[in-house]
Design a protein around this ligand. Structure first.
Ligand code: UT7
Length: 332
């Protein structure tokens, strides 16, 4: 009997046209290009300016890009998972709307929220459905309109985040390619360090919450940074050891793009040379659920069938982990 593994067989993406550069941010808050570049590695980010469009717009575009590139019939998609921290609405699943809009009307769909680890956790979920043998095509989309929850007077957050979306298709593989191992963790100690205070069941929207600006994302950057560096590096080191991999066995590191210094610390712990570390943070900033698929999309041309890839993420909550994946195809 052949064992089923879950492999990524296609990638799609979308970022909005509008570019918010460090230079423009200098005119909005007390910051400068040199500080942002040296402390984060970010030069610019994309922003969805249309006020009548939400995260679903980004997700639909990324999914449609994948469907066109891979030439698949959306009716064959069994399941759509939307990884996102910024759903269109608090209630009424954005993933369900996206699935219908892309014509995946035979699929069931839902949203998955784990802050910046949403896509990594979604990979685990998508893979488990495929490995069960019950589903043949699972579409995982990571999409976030971070600009909808960023306070553009807060220099601690507005310089970091951007909008974007990426999508991958998971299908069964019988050659042992695809997801090999995962190490996923979470710790509620993180709740106070990265959050939106109001608008949930604990502190519902009121005149006071709006007046007091409690609906934007706030973070204790230093604390989040410390936890991120330690945990992303620990998780990546652990997954290497557990799979008897050394730095020479790893072809690529695909890290969450929150801060170039966090990426460097993870790569250094894995003793990886820079050329194996895939980074596009300078173009998009931190797009939360979209960073991992946007990296896969931007560097798809470098990935070869059989390549050993380590994906790693850290996010609010706290949530974090690492996944070991064998790439399943050469780009045509
Ligand atoms: O995806 C998961 C979620 N988020 C993260 O992973 C983010 C993790 N944290 C970070 O990336 C970093 O903590 C930040 C980029 C947010 C901040 O960098 P930092 O090196 O930790 O800076 P800091 O907060 O320790 O601030 C250092 C100094 C402070 O000034 P003083 O007190 O030394 O005079 C800040 O007020 O830099 C100041 N500062 C700024 N200066 C210019 C803070 N933000 C800015 C800014 N421009 N945008």
């Amino acid at each position: 009997m052949n064992t089923i593994t879950a492999a990524i067989t296609a990638v799609g993406a979308y970022v909005p046209d509008f570019v918010l550069s460090n230079k423009v941010l200098e005119t909005m808050v007390d910051t400068n290009d040199e500080w942002i570049t040296s402390r984060t590695g970010i030069k610019e980010r994309r922003i969805l300016k249309d006020t009548d469009k939400g995260t679903s717009f980004l997700a639909i575009k990324a999914a449609q890009d994948l469907i066109a590139k891979a030439n698949i019939d959306p009716l064959e998609i069994d399941m759509v998972i939307l990884a996102s921290a910024t759903p269109d609405m608090p209630v009424a699943s954005t993933g369900v709307f996206v699935a219908t809009q892309i014509g995946a009307t035979n699929a069931f769909a839902y949203d998955l929220q784990a802050a910046c680890s949403s896509f990594l956790y979604g990979m685990s979920t998508a893979s488990a459905y495929i490995a069960s043998g019950k589903y043949k095509k699972v579409l995982l989309i990571g999409a976030d309109k971070m600009s909808s929850i960023v306070d553009y007077t807060d220099r601690a957050t507005c310089i970091i985040f951007g909008d974007g979306a990426g999508a991958v298709l998971f299908e069964p593989n019988y050659e042992g390619l695809g997801l090999q191992d995962e190490y996923l963790r979470s710790d509620g100690v993180g709740r106070d360090f990265l959050k939106i205070d109001a608008g949930g069941s604990l502190n519902p929207t009121s005149y006071e919450t709006v007046r007091d600006n409690k609906h934007s994302i706030v973070q204790d950057g230093k604390t989040v940074f410390k936890y991120a560096v330690t945990n992303m590096a620990d998780a990546s080191e652990l997954i290497l050891k557990r799979n008897n991999l050394t730095n020479t066995d790893v072809d690529w590191l695909v890290p969450h793009q929150a801060n170039k210094r966090i990426i460097d610390a993870t790569a250094s712990r894995m003793e990886l040379e820079d050329s194996k570390v895939l980074v596009n943070i300078e173009k998009y900033g931190n797009t939360t659920s979209a960073t991992l698929p946007l990296v896969l999309y931007d560097f798809e041309h470098l990935l070869k069938k059989g390549d050993n890839i380590i994906l790693a993420a850290f996010g609010g909550g706290f949530t974090w982990g690492s996944i070991y994946l064998k790439w399943a195809y050469d780009k045509k």
